[in-house]
Design a protein around this ligand. Structure first.
Ligand code: FAD
Length: 410
């Protein structure tokens, strides 16, 4: 029997598996799909996450395939725009999840993890009665047949729609916020001129915002009730993600490309760049984005990454929660393997709250503000009067403090 079965080979699962295998555990990592695989995301990894990957000796191959971002451009209603650069030489990166997740998976395999693609976990195998429930493995299907898989610890890193967390009643979509995401890759408007002529890590100004900066920036365009993130990726491609309130009857979800082009075409700051830009791949839609995983814990199972809860991608936190959360899940699993389950969940919950609590609250404030037109207008006025406050928020959202603390401790 494996010591640990990790379900889901996204960043949370691969990092958890790597940390466990390096500590000597026998680890099996399964995913329903083969890698490399696409994943709808804003494709930015902030400075804090990069520092954590560096501490885990996982950053170098990721950085090699990325473009560095020196800061963020935040724009609001009425054409207000504030550029915030990360301090002290810190930077974020833009990298496609197809590339990054494959790199992290290969690192896990290199650390000794056994990886099996094409395994779809259907739910947890639970022993005991209601009071004394214990996860002892999973049921999973592969090539048409269903098998039980047993392990001493199961790490559920199977993403926002976690079969393990939803199946056990540990997670659900909250009534609010109900936001959907539409993401696509566009050829950058000037890509034909620059493609191949410039190394992927060389800085280039975002075209619409080139008046503001000669460095490469991620972009967050906040509008009433919705926002659009833009990340300039290697190879002259831009990731463009729209997050908006929606629901199952919304025709935009049936034709995401048209919805995205309509939003971009109506936006004074973005229409010149993207109204006629070529789509590299069909637009993808995903939602509802938010998952509330406040439903408790069961011995035998540790949740990590989005499976442990995800609310809104606005502040670009998901990958730090996945990477650091994967590491914390691995530590908790090692603790359980060595000493039993007493206190494991309580310690993990306290640690997650200590590490992520302030950012959860920051995200709550921002996403609530976006939902109120009057607050979006007020924020635009505030940004004009006090751009330093927006710059401080950009630094905070970029986890620059986390980066500094992580670099000092390693
Ligand atoms: C629109 C949008 C934009 C975002 N932008 C950013 C950003 O710019 N920066 C940032 O830091 N975060 C961002 N995020 C958040 C980030 O994408 C997630 O937090 C991150 O992907 C979580 O990683 P994970 O490993 O938990 O899950 P995932 O990356 O979703 O990986 C889960 C894995 O589990 C597998 N799986 C699922 N179900 C099963 C099953 N039943 N059996 C077996 N395998 C299964 C899947 O195939 C997948 O490979 C964004 C999110 C959204 C929605």
């Amino acid at each position: 029997m494996d010591d640990v079965l990790v379900v889901g080979a996204g960043p949370a699962g691969s990092v958890a598996a790597t940390v466990l295998a390096r500590a000597g555990a026998k680890v099996r990592l399964v995913d329903r799909v083969s890698f490399p695989r696409d994943k709808l995301c804003g494709d930015t990894l902030n400075a804090g996450t990069l520092a954590i990957l560096a501490r885990l000796r996982l950053a170098s191959p990721v950085e090699l395939r990325s473009r560095p971002l020196d800061g963020m451009m935040v724009t609001g209603e009425g054409g207000v725009a504030v550029e915030g650069r990360y301090p002290n030489g810190l930077h974020a990166i833009a990298i496609s999840r197809r590339v990054m997740d494959e790199i992290l998976l290969q690192e896990a395999i290199h650390a000794g993890v056994t990886f099996e693609p094409g395994i779809t976990v259907q739910g947890a195998s639970v022993a005991g009665d209601r009071g004394e429930r214990m996860v002892v493995g999973v049921t999973a299907s592969s090539r048409g047949s269903v098998h039980p898989w047993r392990a001493r610890v199961v790490v559920g890193a199977d993403g926002r729609r976690s079969a393990l967390a939803f199946g056990l009643g540990l997670a659900a979509h909250p009534a609010a916020p109900r936001r959907w995401a539409i993401g696509a890759y566009f050829e950058e408007p000037d890509a034909a001129a620059t493609l191949g002529a410039r190394p992927s890590h060389a800085p280039r100004a975002p075209r619409a915002c080139s008046d503001f900066s000669d460095t490469l920036l991620g972009e967050m365009h906040i509008r009433r009730g919705r926002y659009i993130g833009v990340a300039p990726l290697p190879g002259g491609v831009a990731n463009v993600c729209l997050v908006k309130p929606s629901g199952p009857g919304d025709p935009d979800l049936r034709n995401p490309e048209a919805a995205l082009r309509r939003e971009l075409g109506a936006d004074p700051l973005l229409r010149d760049r993207y109204s006629t830009a070529r789509l590299v791949r069909p637009a993808i839609v995903l939602g509802p984005v938010a998952v509330d995983a406040g439903g408790g814990a069961i011995d035998g199972l540790i949740l990590a990454g989005d499976a442990a809860g995800f609310i809104d991608p606005m502040t670009g936190d998901g990958l730090r929660f996945a990477v650091r959360g994967g590491e914390m899940a691995a530590t908790a699993a090692l603790d359980a393997l060595e000493h039993g389950w007493t206190g494991v969940h309580a310690r993990l919950t306290a640690e997650r709250r200590r590490e992520f609590g302030a950012k959860w609250r920051f995200n709550l404030v921002l996403r609530t503000a976006v939902a109120w037109p009057v607050l979006v207008r007020a924020a635009a006025v505030g940004a004009r009067v006090l751009p330093a406050a927006v710059r401080a928020m950009i630094e905070y959202a970029g986890d620059c403090g986390v980066a500094r603390a992580t670099m000092m401790e390693s």
